[in-house]
Design a protein around this ligand. Sequence first.
Ligand code: NAD
Ligand code: IPM
Ligand code: MN
Length: 353
Amino acid sequence: MKKYMIANIPGDGIGKEVVPAATKVLEAISDIHGGIRFDFNEFPWSCEYYVEHGKMMPEDGLEILKNYHAIFLGAVGNIQLVPDHISLWGLLIKFRREFEQVINYRPAKVLPGVKSKIVNPKDFDLIVVRENSEGEYSEVGGRIFRGEDEIAIQNSIFSRRGTERVMRFAFELADKRKKHVTSATKSNGIFHSMPFWDEVFKDVSRDYSGIETDSQHIDALAAFFVTNPERFDVIVASNLFGDVLSDLGAAIMGSVGVAPAANINVNGEYPSMFEPVHGSAPDIIGKNIANPIGQIWTAKLMLDHFGEEELGSLLLDVIEKTTNKGILTPDIGGKHTTSEVTEEIIQGLKVRS
Ligand code: NAD
Ligand code: IPM
Ligand code: MN
């Protein structure tokens, strides 16, 4: 019996609805397929926790999490209670940084039965590999002066190590897919970082002669996502470019509510974190209409990460059967609830046992 210890952090808003839904699905997988067990421990770290304790998690929060195989997180953010820069840097970004989750892996494709807003949805099947630890999300900068003289300074940091690392990850991934890597760049801009990014991309690509490459300026690339999705297989992008591209990808998929993500610690020293692309969705809390598929597909990425690829594929297969039957939440044009979609997926798993 293989046993995985998972730290559940539902967080805020609909995180508290979709994490329990996806946890039920994982429990069903364990019940039905045997040989695998999940030990879930739930942590209430969130904006509400902050209001009570003055911090997003206890001092020894990171120490506690180190004992787990993975972190399964919903979403963080409730600006009614805590400003975003405090809640996010106190939890989500802290985990990404402290646990060296340097890769954000975000697959995007249109599920059967879900209407996409683009002309050729069948051609849209790609993975955004986002640098997850540096770039535009650096802590270097600040605000000086006041009033009309006020200046905000934000430095981007691109290290050769971090840039090479994310690119190598993208090439290795493409080698298992359609063998094509697109680099998201902006070297026609005035940034110093992007000519550097291009140079590293060229250097790394020399080690992967079997992989086709191209570079696209991020603005044109975003447009091609919509007009020519067949151009893409794996896209490697900086932290901010990858962030924006993954929400665009999610919109093409029909809703940000279906898009999965994995924050990977590549050397296995610390736990990786699995949390969907979407946020806490304050506008739909408590209505039982949050789409659970983003979180459930994220659970599939966690299974893959554990080396349980067969169960991962089975889960995606069942998700696809569910959408294809028209069992959809309102964000993707359906009338079903969070609970109904979750239950359908659980029943689908039982049928396939
Ligand atoms: P959001 O993703 O929460 O919501 C954007 C829109 O998408 C909303 O209309 C929402 O209802 C809808 N939506 C999101 N998830 C959905 C789902 N599963 N099913 C159906 N509809 C869904 O983004 P936002 O409004 O920019 O941010 C809200 C809060 O979440 C902010 O505090 C933000 O900082 C935070 N946030 C957190 C994360 C994270 O923890 N990973 C990611 C993005 C945003
Ligand atoms: C994401 C989110 C986060 C990011 C925010 C909430 C800090 O948008 O995970 O995509 O920008 O990385
Ligand atoms: Mn984002």
